[in-house]
Design a protein around this ligand. Structure first.
Ligand code: SF4
Length: 270
């Protein structure tokens, strides 16, 4: 998931980093997806988005690919400790890093050889295209989101989720609903996105149906919900139909309490 430590502040946007306040009221939601996000707004903390340094956010999100936050956070901390010199530029420091040393520094994140190569390439790209991490940050925060997204996607190792996390957490952009494995699973299970939709398909539905100012919260809160209730193998409703706070809004696509089985929604009708 994105670099998103447990929020301490209430969520609905706010001015810090460019978000704006949102009201969460399932009774007045215009779409099913908005009603779900509104319900999550009642369940979870709310926080503001944006304002983080774009290159640091890119590094953090690359480190988090294919691993848990628990594994990637120490790697991120170690990387910053070794390479983030207040007097210098982080992109410069990583572009010039010895690859094996960088790999060793981030070893707790898994796939560290591959990730160290991708990080060095990304840092070289930032230096060549923008001159410094600070200029890259200004680009992410100031350019049209679609231009930023397209530009980020041209970098090796940056996929749609990584690009959207940078847009959301660094740029504070509204209307960006990054789709990770939890978001992809849950909105198809609920019957809100088509069962066979890929990540981009789910993102299109959510960004169409969830008001822009609620998308950032929707992303992080859905991940939290996926960890606590709608897990991949054992969703809360599997054993107890009343255990899920969103049970009344869910079509349980691919979830079969009798005989207690779970399949990917795309395989549910086979
Ligand atoms: S009812 Fe079950 S499948 Fe639906 S959101 Fe809740 S835990 Fe997930």
């Amino acid at each position: 998931m994105c670099d998103d430590p447990e929020p301490a502040v209430n969520i609905s946007g706010g001015t810090e980093g460019g978000g704006s306040a949102a009201a969460f009221d399932p009774a007045t939601a215009d779409t099913r997806a908005e009603a779900v996000v509104d319900r999550l707004g009642e369940l979870y903390w709310q926080k503001t988005y944006g304002g983080r340094d774009a290159f640091t956010c890119l590094v953090r999100t690359i480190l988090s690919q294919n691993t848990s936050d628990k594994a990637s956070q120490p790697a991120h901390d170690a990387l910053l400790e070794r390479y983030d010199d207040a007097a210098g530029d982080l992109a410069d420091a990583i572009a010039d890093a010895e690859r094996s040393e960088l790999a060793e520094t981030i070893s707790s994140a898994g796939l560290y050889n591959q990730k160290s190569e991708i990080l060095i390439e990304a840092a070289e790209w930032v230096r060549e295209e923008f001159g410094s991490a600070a200029e890259f940050d200004a680009f992410v925060k100031g350019e049209e989101p679609s231009t930023v997204r397209e530009t980020l996607l041209s970098v090796r190792g940056v996929g749609p989720k990584t690009a959207d996390c940078v847009l959301l957490f660094a740029g504070g952009r509204e209307g960006v609903f990054p789709v990770d494995t939890h978001v992809h699973r849950i909105y198809r299970r609920m019957g809100i996105a088509p069962p066979d939709a890929d990540h981009e398909g789910v993102r299109a539905v959510l960004e169409r149906d969830v008001p822009a100012e609620k998308c950032g919260f929707g992303h992080t809160a859905t991940i939290q919900f996926g960890r606590e209730y709608c897990t991949a193998r054992k969703p809360a409703c599997l054993e107890d139909p009343d255990a899920c706070p969103l049970g009344d809004r869910c079509e349980q696509v691919g979830v079969f309490p009798e005989p207690g089985e779970v399949v990917d929604p795309a395989d549910a009708s086979d």
